[in-house]
Design a protein around this ligand. Structure first.
Ligand code: ADE
Length: 658
């Protein structure tokens, strides 16, 4: 910074010598110091934002001004700050640099961003919102046919003390200028494993909010309404500054001045008892209808015995007590006492660490957890995965248990905190172990159970659930638990297939995943994007490759070779084009040698694997069907105790025994 300062000073001196001191006084400004930071989230309150930028720069040219670019990315206000030559366009826009304040203006050329320029020292740190009339207004109003965005409380999900009675304050202390002028303020209140949570956001009422279309968004206050057919689920919307901060679970008290204006007092007095009777009667009818309908609609827990439900419920209860903050977002002020130990995985968007979550005052008592750390630039991946995990219906013994998410602002990192599994991922495990038939069934069936649960639109207990597709199933994204069952992890590319997904949303969710594990229709980008079943069929194909990997390391197949992933060596880089040649042109699949037919179970399982990787997506069986097949296969094969499980040494491999 000092060097930059002296360079700037030197250039100013040169200009001084060349053009004379008087000219210098008019044009050059040796104090032109601006904030200068790459894009990063800004702090916004009311109608001004402050760049989170600690870098300042003495501008290289004496004529430079300070400039800022402002936009929204996935619900977060981003700002870039810099020195700028006002004779040149910035992002295609010529800037007005006459003001000492940085007042954002919207340009026709690029309506998604706002820009400003100013001449005060570090004046681009603070930016103000401007209308075409040069007014700065607090609410979403129309001025000369031009709407400016609303300002709403925007914290996404937060734990709340509100118990859905009376009037609650949102638990959110961040207000944000909405990304789009058509957005209004919205809030939702629900329970997550028993704990009340609140969602405060800007939301476009043309799109569903928590699966519901908003009907009350022209209100100036947020009147909570129970969502039909959902227990403990309320939503509201409104269109006034920060109106989703106060949430009315009761009727909003009418403003007495308004009533006095419209109703004569005598009429008012006589109407009150009538109104009370009507409200009581209507509520009785409403509750009768809702409960009666719910009873009629209550799904039978088909195929799941009450014991399974009880186990899953008690699992949830247990994990709740482990993680008081399940599915919440911890803000900076209340970060968990976590000490990172060692890195255990490096992914596309984030790194995973083993870590100690301190349980008491002493260092001795702690719970091992896994922390997935995303750099600030990967905010969208963190948010996607967090949103997937936030669905409490995702909880399942074969899905990685989520504890909480943290926005570590100071470190400029986003965290996801989950259960830790010391056996690591399935690929590492298979590299180091030869397994027996029983372990093959346990690993394979639990993998299929996890995928079936993701894909299901009901929980095992029959509650409605949004179907989810993983879209990056591979042995690295499966963890091995201490009891040798599997759980799915890494939901960074997952998609919630809610009923209200628009064709555009579906169409935008094209080719993602890892080339080696991509189904032929994904490799070719020929998926039927309008049919949500096709996403599940692509997952089943990838799951088949993982089932093949597990089987290839089972002593029941006879001669167990060293671990190899499907389609060749680990170090081989397989790109989409080369996979297309193998999987589509040559219809190649991983080898199932003839010796695999010697074991009845492996033989039956191989047939199921082949059905799962069928070229025709429609011909593939579902993950739930694979679970049922495992049940049939494992009961058809009674493995003689202990004769089936070989250690790596027994089978001639220099690998560790289970
Ligand atoms: N690798 C990635 N996630 C993990 C976890 N939760 N536990 C152990 N290893 C992991």
């Amino acid at each position: 910074m000092e060097r930059l300062g002296s360079v700037a000073f030197g250039s100013v001196l040169l200009v001084c010598l060349l053009s004379g001191a008087s000219a210098l006084l008019q044009t050059a400004n040796p104090d032109r110091v601006c904030k200068s930071c790459d894009p990063q989230p800004a702090n916004c309150k009311a109608y001004q934002c402050i760049a989170n930028c600690s870098m300042i720069k003495s501008c290289p040219s004496p004529n430079d001004v300070c400039a800022a670019v402002w936009w929204r990315k996935a619900g977060v206000v981003m700002m870039e700050t810099k020195c700028h030559d006002p004779t040149q366009p910035l992002r295609g826009v010529m800037l007005d640099n006459s003001s000492s304040d940085c007042v954002l203006s919207i340009s026709d050329k690029n309506p998604n961003i706002r820009l400003c320029a100013c001449t005060g020292r570090e004046c681009n740190e603070h930016v103000l919102l401007k209308t075409p009339d040069d007014q700065i207004l607090p609410t979403s109003v129309t001025i000369g046919g031009f709407r400016i965005p609303q300002i709403c409380m925007f914290c996404d999900f937060e734990i709340t003390m509100c118990n859905a009675t009376g009037v609650c304050e949102s638990s959110c202390n961040i207000s944000s200028i909405c990304e789009n002028p058509s957005e209004v303020c919205a809030s939702a209140w629900m329970r997550n494993n028993g704990s009340p949570i609140m969602d405060t956001v800007c939301h476009n009422p043309a799109l569903p909010f928590h699966g519901q279309y908003l009907t009350d968004y022209s209100n100036t206050f947020c009147q909570m309404k129970k969502v039909k057919g959902m227990e403990d689920f309320y939503i509201c919307s409104c269109n006034a500054e920060e109106c989703n901060d106060l949430l009315y679970f009761t009727d909003v008290p009418p403003d007495p001045r308004d009533i006095e204006k419209t109703l004569p007092p005598v009429l008012l007095v006589s109407l009150v008892p009538v109104l009370i009777v009507v409200v009581v009667l209507l509520s009785a009818v409403y509750y009768y209808c809702v409960f009666h309908q719910e009873n009629l609609k209550a799904p039978k827990t088909k195929g799941i015995d009450s014991e399974t439900c009880a186990i899953i419920m008690s699992d949830d209860d247990r994990s709740d007590s482990n993680s008081a903050n399940a599915n919440s977002l911890n803000h900076n002020t209340e970060l968990l006492p976590i000490q990172l130990d060692a890195i255990v995985g490096i992914g596309r968007f984030a790194e995973v660490y083993r870590a100690k979550l301190k349980q008491g005052a002493t260092d001795e008592s702690f719970q091992m957890v896994a922390v997935k750390i995303f750099p600030y630039e990967e905010y969208a991946s963190w948010k996607t995965e967090w949103e997937i995990f936030s669905d409490s219906e995702l909880r399942h013994e074969n899905v990685l248990q989520f504890l909480t998410a943290e926005d570590r602002k100071i470190e400029r990192r986003y965290w996801l905190i989950t259960a830790y599994h010391e056996r690591g991922n399935l690929q590492e495990f298979l590299m180091q172990h030869v397994i027996g038939w029983d372990e093959l069934c346990r690993l394979g069936m639990s993998l299929a159970r996890g995928v079936a649960h993701l894909h299901a639109d009901r929980t095992p207990c029959g509650r409605p659930k949004v179907a989810i597709v993983h879209r990056d199933l591979k042995s690295v994204n499966v963890l091995v638990k201490s009891d040798l069952s599997c759980c799915l992890c890494d939901f960074g590319l997952s998609l919630r297939l809610h009923n209200s997904m628009t064709p555009e949303e579906l169409a935008n969710s094209g080719q993602v995943g890892t080339a080696r594990y991509m189904a032929p229709e994904v490799l070719e980008s020929r998926m039927d994007l309008e049919n949500i079943e096709s996403f599940k069929q692509a997952d089943v194909y990838s799951m088949a490759l993982v089932l093949w990997e597990i089987t290839s390391r089972c002593s029941a197949i006879g001669d167990v070779r060293e671990y190899e992933p499907p389609f060749g060596k680990l170090k081989d880089h397989l790109c989409v084009e080369s996979m297309k040649d193998d999987v589509i042109r040559d219809r190649l699949r991983p080898e199932i040698p003839a010796t695999w037919t010697n074991h009845t179970g492996v033989h039956l399982l191989s047939s199921t694997i082949e059905e799962c990787w069928d070229h025709d997506p429609e011909a593939r069986v579902t993950a739930q069907c694979v679970v049922e097949r495992f049940g049939e296969i494992s009961s058809a094969v009674i493995s003689p105790l202990n004769t089936d499980t070989k250690s790596a040494q027994d089978s001639g491999n220099d690998e560790e025994e289970i």
